[in-house]
Design a protein around this ligand. Structure first.
Ligand SMILES: [Zn+2]
Length: 474
């Protein structure tokens, strides 16, 4: 009998192997040294392995941990402050974004992690300008980090309509240097659980020279570039005015659309442009809830996938999504595309589940590490409790309804266990390494002060939400 760390027994395993969901029943999963070492018949497992710990999950389904490939956890302190408005960034976010400080962002970020883990996210594609504390928190709570730091040369000031961003190359270089320092400090930390990527904010926010420099640096380090790409008409305007071409054509000529690039949003891309990006080997991250709420757009992920590209899901940001819950994003991507194409078959539940797991892992360069339950991969998995009313009743014949109910009915609390590298990080709704309540209560003290600091700008801009306040609609 071979001694191992962990044996997982459950009636339903969704391994995500192959082209579908890789369903297996009557099996157990053996985990040792943080990796999946065997998936074998449950009876056979009893005689083959002696496990230090056994998880008997009698009314549960096991899935790979979800991947939230694009998330700005530092915006969480502004949750719910910018939705339902045109010009989201200027009319919605700006008064608050200008008012919050790093301490407040950091406190909000931790609550976003707690929220997301409870709903089954185990890999975080977090992206912002201060990521050192985020890496420390990831190290502490034991999840998987795929972290980029914002690189930006465009000066942060109010620009008049039609005005080109003013580049400050000293500021751009300083932000690149900080991304490099983050890489040197954190990349491959904790047995490879933390990876550092490079994060130009967008092709409109840095010079061409800097884009190419970042690309060279990322390639030398065999990591990736995580970049907002053709993310809206503001970006398209800036790139067209500066270079005479739309962003996709500009990036194509620059040689930027290869497999080093993870392109986020593609909000303003046509289907044809999305296909160009996919064919050059870049991957896509789709944030359906966020882009739906802040732009009223369903980005062309289906065209991207039809052209052979891999697409991951992201929850993006809480001032206008307003949650970090990949189950919600699975439902969003399926539902929005059915409506967009007036076709209930265009995006079935199993496709959405693949985007949250194996396809998402491939999209962000972790396809050999996580995203499916296969021998040799890291043991990142979650258990969904099927006894919740939202998952009941369970059918297995003539069809299984577990995946459709996970995508269309579950809300997140059904996820009762999350494991990363074979270690339990969340059990029964609690992130184990920390006292969650302490972190959740810690944000209580901030809204009053942030509110005072942002009020003058909020009312002077007089955006949609300022009017809603005056009209007693909030
Ligand atoms: Zn973003």
């Amino acid at each position: 009998m071979k001694k191992i760390d962990l044996m997982v027994n459950a009636p339903h395993f969704y391994t995500m192997e192959g082209d579908g969901v890789g369903y297996k029943t009557g099996v157990s999963m053996a985990v040792d040294g943080g990796k999946i070492i065997d998936i074998l018949g449950a009876e056979e497992a009893k005689s083959a392995y002696l496990a230090e710990e056994t998880l008997n999950l009698g009314h549960h389904a096991i899935f790979p941990g979800f991947i939230d490939a694009h998330i700005h956890t530092s915006c969480n302190i502004m949750r719910g402050l910018a939705q339902d408005t045109g010009y989201w960034m200027m009319y919605g976010l700006q008064p608050f974004d200008n008012a919050v400080n790093e301490e407040e962002r950091d406190a909000g970020s931790k609550v976003a992690y707690i929220e997301a883990i409870r709903a089954g996210t185990t890999t975080f594609g977090d992206f912002d300008s201060e990521m050192d504390n985020v890496c420390s928190f990831i190290e502490k709570i034991g999840v998987r980090g795929h972290i980029a730091q914002t690189i930006r040369a465009a000066k942060r000031r109010v620009y008049k309509p039609g005005e080109l961003y003013e580049f400050d190359d000293v500021m751009g270089e300083a932000s690149l240097k900080r991304n490099l320092e983050l890489y040197d400090k954190w990349n491959n930390k904790d047995g490879g659980r933390i990876k550092i990527l490079f994060g130009p904010q967008g092709a409109d926010f840095v010079s061409t020279e800097m884009l190419l420099k970042i690309q060279k640096i990322a390639k030398e380090r065999k990591t990736k570039i995580h970049m907002h790409t053709q993310q809206g008409d503001r970006e398209t305007y800036q790139i067209e005015k500066r270079y005479g071409e739309r962003p996709t054509a500009f990036l194509e000529k620059l040689g930027f659309l290869d497999d080093t690039l993870i392109a986020v949003h593609l909000t303003d891309c046509t289907d044809e442009e999305a296909a160009v990006i996919a064919k050059h080997g870049a991957s896509m991250i789709l944030c359906p809830g966020s882009i739906g709420i802040i732009d009223g757009v369903v980005p062309p992920s289906v065209a991207f996938q039809n052209a052979g590209g891999f697409c991951a899901l992201g929850s993006d940001q809480a001032p206008g999504n307003n949650c970090h819950n990949i189950i919600n994003e699975m439902k969003n991507v399926a539902l929005y595309n059915k409506i967009k194409y007036k076709d209930p078959e265009v995006m079935p539940a199993w496709r959405a589940l693949r985007m949250a797991t194996i396809e998402g892992a491939k999209a962000i360069g972790l396809g050999d590490t996580v995203g499916s339950l296969e021998v040799g991969k890291q043991a990142d998995f979650i258990a969904v409790d099927l006894s919740y009313p939202s998952m009941q009743p369970v059918y297995t014949y003539p069809m299984r309804n577990i995946v459709p109910n996970l995508v269309y009915s579950a809300r997140g609390q059904e996820v009762c266990l999350a494991v990363v590298d074979g270690k339990i990080v969340m059990k029964d709704g609690k992130v184990l390494a920390i006292n969650e309540e302490e972190y959740i209560r810690a944000v209580d003290k901030y809204p009053e002060e942030i509110g005072k600091r942002s009020a003058a700008e909020f009312f002077s801009i007089n955006g949609t939400n300022a009017q809603f306040m005056k009209e007693n609609k909030l």
